[in-house]
Structures are given as structure tokens and as C-alpha cells.
Design a protein around this ligand. Structure first.
Ligand code: PAF
Length: 283
């Protein structure tokens, strides 16, 4: 496994690999890898001749009062997981390299960036789209893998890739959950043992809604009320949003059906967690 820290070296490596006719699979991350990332890497291993992992805590996707400074990091642990998953190149650029003085370009995927996390984290998806476009230009992947836990992120990035004719296939991978249902996230590391227990209300609300949907409750108002009741019973939990939207356009829906996205963000103490599910058939 090779460690590359500069943009120039990574771009040269990608160009030589392309010249040799090798395909590149790419998993962009902010590090502090867990089983969710490992599932992306394992799939990436199957889909490309060369597997590249990037680790970069991207400052421009964090808001002023967010957790950029305390975002968890563990380079050694990340390299162990990367090695186990068959990564060929770990690319770890730094912020001054990615955003040198004078940097002023931003990619904005307009409408898909507005609701849900975009409403509570203004500018977040512009930061994500911009860094991912840069990483694509540096790593030159044929295929890139993303987790569906960040459902809106994947929707935004798919739109960007289509709109800008980026020659890369985006693959969305299923949410990986702990045994008790909690969706895996690097931010779970912030939770105290008591908060970790409270955090089960997110997956609990999803389970409840899936059960109601399966037994014929389709009115979003009813589904939403049940989910809110379950979460509000948890004193440490504060709902940021809990919404039902079309899984492709992210437009609001009043009646659940195929491809209805239930998405939620809940603060457990000071930690903001997200989770989601698709009701019915995914389109
Ligand atoms: O999902 C993430 O970890 C980040 O948003 C990403 C895609 C690596 C961009 O910084």
C-alpha cells in the first residue's frame, strides 16, 4: 500500500495508471474509518484494478459552529483497515494544498442542496460537491463509491456528475448498522454510553415507520407523527428534521409509495446524527 500526500504525485500516479490501461476505483472519506467505509472499500476492490482511498477532513463543508476542529482522526487505524481491505493507494492531501491562497471556485448543485441537511447546514453541499469534483480530477477514478447513509450527498453528487459529464460511475452502497440498529458513523465516537443508547431512537423511528408502511399506513402525516412521538420520548434527543420526500427529486410527498425517502437528523446531546430509509421499491 502506497501513501501519497501531494496532489501532483497523485495526479501523476493516476495518469500513469490510465496509460497502462488500469481502471481506478475510488473511495473518498474524511477518515476515522469504520465498517461502513470498509464495505465501500471491499466493493471498490472488486470494481477496479487499482483501489484508491482518500482521507481528507474537508474544511469547506463544515459550518462556522460545527465540529471541524474536533472531527475524530486516527491515521494509524485507518491505514490498518485500508490494508485489510486491499487498498493500493491512500491519498491524504492537506488543506493548504487543496485550497491554496486565491482559491475561489465553488460547485453548487442548486435545488438538491436546499432541503434536509442543506437547510440546517447552509453551504455544506457546495463544500462537498467542490471537494469531490477536485478529488475526481486528481484521482481520475472510473468508479467512485459512497454510502447511502449520506443519501442527499449521493443525490447531489450524482446530479453533479451527470450535469458536468464527469466520466465516472457513482455507486451507492447500503447503510451499515451496528447489531442494535445504529447506523455506523464516525460521529458516533462523540456519544457517551447513555447517549449511545438514546441514539437508537433514529433507527427505532425508521423501523416503526417501515412497519406501519408495510401494514398499509401511507399518509405521511400519520407516519411522521408516530416517528416523532418515538423520538420525542427520548429526553436527550432533539429533532433537526424528519421528512418524507421523493427519493430521486427530494421533493416533499404527502402519501408514501415506492421510492419515498424518510430522512431524519436528530441531535443527541450535542452530536447531530442522520439516518434514512427508502420505503417501497427503490427507483
Ligand atoms: O462522506 C464524506 O465522508 C465526505 O462528505 C466526502 C464525500 C469524503 C467529501 O468530503
Amino acid at each position: 500500500m502506497k501513501l501519497i500526500t501531494t496532489i501532483e504525485e497523485m495526479q501523476q500516479a493516476a495518469l500513469s495508471l490510465k496509460r497502462e490501461g488500469k481502471s481506478i476505483a475510488f473511495v473518498p472519506t474524511m477518515g476515522f474509518l469504520h465498517e461502513g467505509h470498509a464495505s465501500l472499500l471491499r466493493e471498490g476492490r472488486k470494481r477496479g484494478d487499482i483501489l484508491v482511498l482518500s482521507i481528507f477532513v474537508n474544511p469547506i463543508q463544515f459550518g462556522q459552529n460545527e465540529d471541524l476542529d474536533r472531527y475524530p482522526r486516527n491515521m494509524e487505524g485507518d491505514c490498518c483497515i485500508a490494508d485489510e481491505c486491499g487498498v493500493d493507494i491512500v491519498f491524504t492531501p492537506n488543506a493548504p494544498g487543496m485550497y491554496p491562497a486565491g482559491f475561489q471556485t465553488s460547485i453548487s448543485v442548486r435545488d438538491l442542496s436546499l432541503p434536509l441537511c442543506g437547510a440546517s447546514r447552509p453551504g455544506h453541499f457546495d463544500g462537498v460537491a467542490t471537494v469531490v469534483a477536485k478529488l475526481f480530477n486528481i484521482v481520475m477514478p472510473d468508479v467512485a463509491l459512497f454510502g447511502r447513509k449520506d443519501y442527499q450527498q449521493l443525490a447531489v453528487l450524482r446530479r453533479m456528475a451527470t450535469d458536468l459529464n464527469l466520466p465516472v460511475q457513482l455507486v451507492g452502497m447500503p447503510i451499515v448498522r451496528e447489531k442494535d440498529g445504529l447506523a455506523m458513523s464516525s460521529r458516533n465516537a462523540y456519544l457517551s454510553p447513555a447517549e449511545r443508547q438514546s441514539a437508537l431512537c433514529l433507527s427505532g423511528a425508521i423501523r416503526k415507520v417501515r412497519d406501519l408502511y408495510a401494514t398499509g399506513t401511507l399518509e405521511v402525516a400519520d407516519l411522521e407523527r408516530s416517528a416523532r412521538e418515538l423520538i420525542e420520548a427520548e429526553t436527550a434527543a432533539n429533532i433537526d428534521y424528519l421528512e418524507f420526500r421523493d427519493g430521486t427529486t427530494l421533493e416533499s410527498v404527502q402519501t408514501a409509495g415506492n421510492n419515498t425517502l424518510m430522512a431524519l437528523a436528530v441531535k443527541i446531546g450535542t452530536t447531530r446524527l442522520i439516518d434514512n430509509t427508502i420505503l417501497g421499491e427503490e427507483l
